[in-house]
Design a protein around this ligand. Structure first.
Ligand SMILES: Cc1ncc(COP(=O)(O)O)c(C=O)c1O
Length: 369
């Protein structure tokens, strides 16, 4: 956010620092939002979400993963961020541990701390493309663990948990009686295979998802939780008190996006895949590659350890050259010497960024002068 503020102060900077999709949302979703506003859809909804949206989400699980999720287990939230907060408040008592991977989404530790919990990390190996490590989770889980928090496709690495890894994680959860919180907000943006939800392996997990990333609807603030039956009422009570409901017109828009023709998402996914491949090649040319190809989301980590200064210094030099990227330390110790490049910006802007960084490094490959 600090890089974003400084980038916003300058003219013509290419924004690769934030995860804000550049695509317009599906037209049907925008139409539904307008119709809802014009139709006077301006009241609170049920804290669980509208019946129409929860039915659409339930059908989505059936069609996408072949999993039966009744609307009664779905709680609509103002963005998946609210779901994350509710999950933490429900599961974590002060002093409990929450196990997550390092690198992690920069906000995760803050959610855990708000509930009084401690984070325990399992470090991922860049040499394996940050492949999720089930043994690492097993080693990190103890009697103090309130939950394992997993994210696939992952921010900031783009790594994807395979279906067999999800199965192993579910087995570990059962064996150690440790709940899984699975953040699936980047589902739909998986480039080399199908998405798999942890719900294919267990009913006993909290799944977080939403329309922000998949349908380019970050500002609508609609997410959802899929809950184990025993957690529906307690978490709904928290939601009633703390967030009341997601915005009514946004819920109408989300329902239309989920029900709309999947061609929109297929097209968007193809474009992200092309951008990813272009950026992976550029990282190679720059000598900043971490030798991996992210399987999903829209981020790539670059290794800047050979450049002078720390990741913040390199981000400053890149910003001076007209390209904003996020310094890695926010994402954990494993990402300390990296920059995160987001390819959720247009292809033209990505080409401009590649031209600028290539020019910078050609002039002085060590950035020493
Ligand atoms: C991994 C991850 N989870 C959750 C969120 C929050 O998304 P939402 O807009 O649904 O609150 C983000 C946003 O960047 C994210 O990267």
């Amino acid at each position: 956010m600090d890089v974003l503020e400084r980038a916003d102060d300058r003219q013509g900077v290419v924004h690769m620092e934030v995860g804000e999709p550049d695509f317009s949302l599906p037209a049907a979703a925008a139409d539904a939002a307008v119709a809802a506003v014009r139709g006077g859809d301006d009241d609170y909804t049920s804290s669980r979400g509208t019946a129409g949206l929860r039915d659409a989400i339930s059908d989505y699980y059936d069609e996408t993963y072949g999993v039966d999720v009744p609307p009664s287990r779905i709680l609509v939230t103002p963005g998946s961020s609210a779901g994350l907060l509710l999950a933490m408040l429900a599961l974590v008592d002060p002093g409990d541990d929450v196990v997550l991977t390092d690198p992690y989404y920069a906000c995760y530790p803050n959610f855990v701390r708000q509930a009084g919990g401690n984070i325990v990390t399992t470090k991922l190996d860049p040499r394996t493309g940050f492949a999720p490590d089930i043994q690492g989770f097993e080693n990190a889980v103890s009697r103090d663990t309130a939950a394992m928090l997993v994210n696939s496709p992952a921010n900031p690495t783009g790594a994807v948990l395979s279906d067999s890894e999800l199965g192993e994680l579910a087995a570990l959860s059962r064996r150690t009686d440790t709940p899984i919180i699975s953040d699936e907000v980047y589902h739909g943006l998986t480039y080399d295979g199908d998405d798999h939800t942890v719900l294919e392996y267990t009913e006993d997990a909290i799944v977080l998802d939403g329309v922000s990333k998949r349908y380019a609807m970050t500002g609508y603030r609609v997410g959802w939780m899929v809950l184990p039956p025993g957690l529906v009422d307690p978490i709904n009570r928290l939601a009633q008190n703390l967030v009341i409901c997601a915005p009514a017109p946004s819920q109408a828009a989300a329902e239309a996006a989920i029900r709309a023709d999947h061609g929109w998402l297929d097209d968007v996914r193809d474009q992200y895949r092309q951008r990813r491949d272009r950026l992976v090649d550029a990282a190679d040319d720059w000598g900043l590659s971490m030798d991996y190809t992210p399987g999903g989301a829209y981020y790539l980590l670059l290794d800047v350890s050979d450049l002078p200064g720390d990741a913040f210094d390199v981000a400053d030099v890149f910003l001076d050259a007209g390209v904003a990227m996020t310094p890695g330390p926010d994402f954990g110790s494993v990402a300390e010497d990296t920059l995160r490049a987001s390819y959720a910006t247009s292809t033209e802007q990505i080409e401009l960024a590649i031209e600028r960084i290539s020019g910078l490094l050609e002039e002085d490959p060590t950035l020493a002068d």
